[in-house]
Design a protein around this ligand. Structure first.
Ligand SMILES: *Cc1c(COP(=O)(O)O)cnc(C)c1O
Length: 367
C-alpha cells in the first residue's frame, strides 16, 4: 500500500518516559514526573466530586456541539458561543486548522524550537514548513517570520508562552506583528499556558480578535486545569473561522465526561489561583537555585523552565532518571543543550535542585 509520500520522512511522536517503565528499569518506588508540564497539584476536587454523576448513559453519544460547556465558556471569556471550537485537546485543534487551511503548494511558518505538532500536522497535509529560529534570548523572531511570508503562506503559528523555552510574546510586539501580517493569513496564537501568565503585566489577548479577524487563540484544560487525561482544548476565533473548523472537526470529538469536567473545573477558579501562585513561587525558587549553580534559564511565563547546559541535555536527563526524576531532554525538543523541567511542588524542586548540584560537582571532579 502507498501512503502519502511525506510519511517516508516522518515517525510517531515520542512521548516523555512513562512512570511505570522507569520504576521497572531502575528499581525505584518513587517517581516524580516533571516532563510534560502537567499540574503537580492534580485537578480540582470539584471535578472529582462530580465525576460519579457523569457515569450514567455512557451508551449514548455525547453532545457534539458541547452546548453546556460552550455556553459556560462563552460567558467566562466574554465571547459569543459561535466563536468557539472544541477539540480532543488543543492538539486536535492544531490538526483541524492544518486540515482546513493547508495543502500541497501552500506553506506555513513557525518558530524553532517550538511545539512540534504545528510542523507535524502541516507536513501531513503536504504543506511546506518554514521554521524561523528563536532569538538568542528565546523570543520569537517575529520580523524574521514576517520576512518568510509569500503569496502561498496560509498559517503562522505563534506559541506564547513558547514551549519549550517559556518566553511570552509581549503585547506591543504582538500588535506590531499583526499590523504587518497580511489579513488573509491565519495567525494561530497557542496559549496552552495562559493561566500561568502574570495577568498584571500581560492583559488578556482575546480582545485582539475584535481588531484582527485573522487570529485564532488556542487554550486547553490540560495544563493549569490539570485535566490532560480528559483531552479538552478549544479555539476562540471569529464566527467565520470557528464555523469552518467545526465542519472539519469530527462530530463527537469530546466526551460528556470531558465536557462536564471542564465545566466544573472552570467553576473552581480558586484552584487555578492556587496553582498560579505556587508556580510563581516554586519557579523563582528553582531559577535562583539553578543560577547559583551557574546555569541559565530562559525567562519563562509558563509552568516550566528550560535550563541551559554546556553539553547535551541527555546526560543530565539520564542521571535524574536514575534518581527517579523524569524531565525532558532538550535533544527531543530541538534544543540539544539543556533540559526542560516542569515546575513541581516546593519539596520536589528542592530535591531536584540538590540532585542537579550533586550531578554538576561529580561531572566537574571527573573532568
Ligand atoms: C501541551 C500543549 C498543547 C496541547 O495540549 P492538549 O493536551 O492537546 O490540549 C498545545 N500547545 C502547547 C504549546 C502545549 O505545550
Amino acid at each position: 500500500m502507498q501512503a502519502k509520500k511525506v510519511f517516508n520522512a516522518m515517525s510517531p511522536y515520542t512521548p516523555g518516559k512513562q512512570i511505570e517503565d522507569v520504576k521497572k528499569e531502575y528499581g525505584l518506588t518513587k517517581i516524580v514526573k516533571l516532563a510534560s508540564n502537567e499540574n503537580p497539584f492534580g485537578y480540582s476536587k470539584k471535578v472529582k466530586e462530580a465525576i460519579p454523576s457523569m457515569l450514567d448513559h455512557l451508551e449514548i453519544y455525547p453532545d457534539g456541539n458541547a452546548t453546556l460547556l460552550r455556553n459556560k465558556l462563552s460567558t467566562h471569556l466574554n465571547v459569543s458561543a459561535d466563536q468557539l471550537v472544541f477539540g480532543c485537546g488543543s492538539d486536535e485543534i492544531v490538526e483541524i486548522i492544518s486540515r482546513s487551511y493547508l495543502e500541497e503548494g501552500t506553506n506555513t511558518i513557525t518558530a524553532w524550537p517550538t511545539f512540534p505538532q504545528y510542523r507535524h500536522c502541516a507536513k501531513i497535509e503536504g504543506a511546506d514548513v518554514k521554521e524561523v529560529p528563536l532569538k538568542n534570548n528565546g523570543d520569537h523572531d517575529l520580523a524574521g517570520m514576517l520576512a518568510e511570508v509569500d503569496e502561498n503562506t496560509r498559517v503562522i503559528w505563534l506559541c506564547s508562552p513558547n514551549n519549550p523555552t517559556g518566553n511570552l510574546i509581549q503585547r506591543n510586539e504582538m500588535e506590531d506583528f499583526l499590523n504587518e501580517c497580511p489579513k488573509d493569513i491565519l495567525v494561530v496564537l497557542d496559549e496552552a499556558y495562559y493561566e500561568y501568565i502574570n495577568k498584571a503585566t500581560n492583559p488578556n489577548t482575546i480582545d485582539l480578535l475584535e481588531k484582527y479577524s485573522n487570529v485564532i487563540v488556542l487554550r486547553t484544560f490540560s495544563k493549569a486545569y490539570g485535566l490532560a487525561n480528559l483531552r479538552v482544548g478549544y479555539g476562540i476565533a471569529s464566527k467565520e473561522i470557528a464555523t469552518l473548523l467545526n465542519i472539519t472537526r469530527g462530530p463527537f470529538n469530546t466526551t460528556s465526561i470531558s465536557q462536564m469536567s471542564a465545566i466544573h473545573a472552570l467553576e473552581d477558579q480558586d484552584f487555578i489561583k492556587y496553582s498560579y501562585e505556587q508556580n510563581i513561587e516554586n519557579k523563582s525558587y528553582f531559577k535562583r537555585e539553578m543560577e547559583s549553580l551557574g546555569l541559565e534559564c530562559y525567562e519563562s511565563e509558563a509552568n516550566f523552565l528550560f535550563v541551559k547546559l554546556p553539553t547535551s541535555g541527555d546526560q543530565l536527563f539520564e542521571h535524574l532518571l536514575s534518581k527517579g526524576y523524569i524531565v525532558r531532554s532538550g535533544e527531543a525538543l530541538g534544543h540539544p543543550n539543556g533540559v526542560r523541567i516542569t515546575i513541581g511542588t516546593k519539596e520536589q524542586m528542592t530535591e531536584l535542585s540538590q540532585l542537579i548540584k550533586e550531578y554538576l560537582s561529580a561531572v566537574q571532579t571527573t573532568s
